[in-house]
Design a binder for this molecule. Structure first.
Ligand SMILES: CC(C)(COP(=O)(O)OP(=O)(O)OC[C@H]1O[C@@H](n2cnc3c(N)ncnc32)[C@H](O)[C@@H]1OP(=O)(O)O)[C@@H](O)C(=O)NCCC(=O)NCCS
Length: 202
């Protein structure tokens, strides 16, 4: 789940076809996607895809995470995002690396969920999610993760494979509430999970 994994993206024929579908708006989760949602306390939030111009939002967002949240997200004591991190996290193709963000009413970034392809299996991606502490436990994590699942499914992805710290109760709760089928493999403090995107409701 920590991926600041630097994968070199190459454009294959199937990716090119996917991009064509995206631009023809066959997909719901395109650059034009906007969605207004209310959190459990009524807070209005806008969802949209992450764009390169979001670097300052991500940089400021990082300051709004508690050390514990940052540790859970990156599986390390990361304090700041480097310029290379910011490029990696925002300059994305929407196919091999997809990210959806949540903004509050003042336009600040309050959460982001993403998936990244790794390895050769085109049907599996690694997801990651983070909601800043002031907005946690209001349903935003689940909303973002469900949208991430829907975006992955429309891109032909069949499974999420990720890792998280085994003491991460909110993430564990979230996964159990959205996954129809999920399996875990505990390697010390780190828990690997693989969940099917089939037959899930979102
Ligand atoms: C994991 C995370 C994204 C959840 O986001 P969120 O907006 O708080 O999640 P939701 O409000 O949708 O709640 C999801 C579930 O977690 C539970 N939960 C949320 N905060 C909790 C807390 N502090 N303690 C216990 N459970 C909690 C909710 O009750 C809910 O469970 P339910 O399905 O039984 O109702 C958020 O805690 C976070 O960003 N953590 C730091 C980064 C991280 O751990 N990322 C995951 C690994 S990459």
């Amino acid at each position: 789940m920590h991926h600041l994994r630097k994968t070199k993206l190459t454009c294959t024929t199937s990716q090119a076809l996917l991009m064509t579908k995206l631009t023809k708006n066959t997909y719901k989760f395109t650059p034009a996607y906007r969605e207004a949602v209310n959190l459990s306390d009524g807070t209005p939030v806008t969802l949209r895809l992450v764009i390169p111009a979001d670097k300052p939002l991500l940089e400021r967002g990082m300051d709004n995470f508690s050390p514990e949240s940052r540790f859970h997200r990156f599986l390390s004591a990361k304090l700041k995002l480097t310029n290379a991190d910011l490029r990696y996290l925002t300059e994305i193709d929407g196919v091999d690396h997809f990210a959806i963000g949540a903004l509050n009413q003042t336009g600040e970034g309050i959460g982001v969920a993403r998936f990244v392809h790794f390895g050769d299996d085109r049907e599996v991606v690694e997801p990651a999610i983070a909601v800043i502490d002031a907005y946690q436990n209001k349903g935003l994590g689940r909303i973002l993760f469900r949208r991430l699942m829907a975006a992955a499914r429309e891109r032909g992805i069949k499974r999420f494979h990720g890792s998280m710290l085994s003491d991460n109760k909110p993430m564990m709760q979230l996964l159990h509430s959205v996954a129809q089928r999920i399996c875990f493999d505990c390697q010390g403090a780190v828990l690997e999970f693989e969940m099917s995107l089939d037959n899930s409701t979102d």
